[in-house]
Write a protein that binds this ligand. Structure first.
Ligand SMILES: Cc1cc2nc3c(=O)[nH]c(=O)nc-3n(C[C@H](O)[C@H](O)[C@H](O)COP(=O)(O)OP(=O)(O)OC[C@H]3O[C@@H](n4cnc5c(N)ncnc54)[C@H](O)[C@@H]3O)c2cc1C
Length: 273
């Protein structure tokens, strides 16, 4: 059973279905982390924006979940498929993932998904994400950069607390150096919280900032394509704003991390995560 912070399930160290290994892990803090899982045999090709499903056996059952790949496809085979994951208290899989030591074997299948860039698209790319929903955009940007064709990008990422901002250094570095033509627009939804003391950026949920951002940057249906990823409530609200501003539906691409209305057993997830 998975109770708040206590997980007594026995994780199986080996199983015939295991075909990959956890090769690296960087903790951002106690409930956010970057994980790299490498196939034991030949890597499977994927396109930026797609996801893999990873899992382990616990108490005799395969527990697995899908995760967007943040890696450049050209590097994932050697380095492992990079995933940016939030620990969901009371969740089925993430409390197991948090317990895995480096070198632990896993099952990984995929890729799957159609949340991908349009080829040769010269429009501005408006990437809107909540929390870990920024991961597929990192893969898209890494591969576009490697191909020498970075696309003008406005990167909105909303979190509850400043320490939750993932890939911040990478994005700020790209923006500052001009290596990638990106405008990074992070936001925190709880400005009054002590964790956000000193925050000088945008406040409020990411979806509530969409209208002002598209106005300020003059992002219109004729010059912009939008991609939205993460929490379903955020996606529905951000999409509604864009459709109301004349964006045709096919010009607003979406990747929902869970079905709307589905909560983990431990309680509701705020819509800014
Ligand atoms: C296509 C796809 C790609 C995904 N990519 C990622 C990713 O890159 N990073 C990632 O952390 N998750 C991602 N997810 C979500 C992931 O698959 C799991 O649902 C999540 O890790 C929780 O698993 P769990 O078994 O611990 O919780 P479960 O017992 O399955 O509980 C699920 C509930 O946890 C909550 N939840 C799920 N994901 C998150 C999240 N990211 N942040 C906050 N609350 C959440 C929701 O309320 C959801 O209903 C993705 C989901 C899909 C469908």
């Amino acid at each position: 059973m998975t109770e708040l912070g206590i997980d007594s399930r026995a994780i199986e160290r080996d199983a015939p279905q295991y075909n990959a290994t956890l090769v690296r892990r960087d903790d951002q803090h106690d409930s956010l982390g970057y994980f790299w899982v490498r196939f034991d045999a030949d890597p499977t090709p994927f396109a930026s924006g797609q996801y893999m499903t990873i899992g382990v056996f616990a108490d005799g059952k395969l527990v697995q979940r899908p995760y967007s790949i943040a890696s450049d496809p050209a590097r994932a085979g050697d380095e492992g498929y990079e995933m940016y994951v939030r620990l969901v208290q009371g969740g089925m899989f993430t409390p197991l993932l948090w317990q895995l030591p480096l070198g632990h074997r896993m099952r990984m299948i995929g890729p799957k998904g159609k949340f991908m860039l349009e080829p040769d698209d010269v429009r501005t790319h408006l990437f809107i994400s909540s929390g870990t929903g920024n991961a597929p955009f990192i893969s898209m940007m890494r591969s576009s950069l490697r191909e020498g064709r970075p696309r003008r990008t406005v990167f909105m990422n909303g979190v509850s607390y400043e320490p939750d901002l993932g890939y911040r250094e990478l994005l700020e570095g790209w923006e500052a150096s001009g290596e990638y033509p990106v405008q990074y627009i992070p936001s925190v939804s709880r400005p009054g919280d002590p964790a956000n003391a000193g925050w000088a950026g945008r406040t409020g949920r990411v979806e509530a900032n969409v209208e002002s951002v598209i106005d300020e940057l003059v992002l219109t249906p004729s010059n912009t394509i939008a991609y939205i990823c993460g929490n379903p409530d955020m996606i529905i609200a951000a999409e509604a704003t864009l459709l109301a501003r004349g964006f045709p539906e096919p010009q607003v691409k979406k990747e929902l991390y869970w079905p709307k209305g589905k909560e983990p057993k431990a309680g509701p997830v705020p819509s800014d995560e």
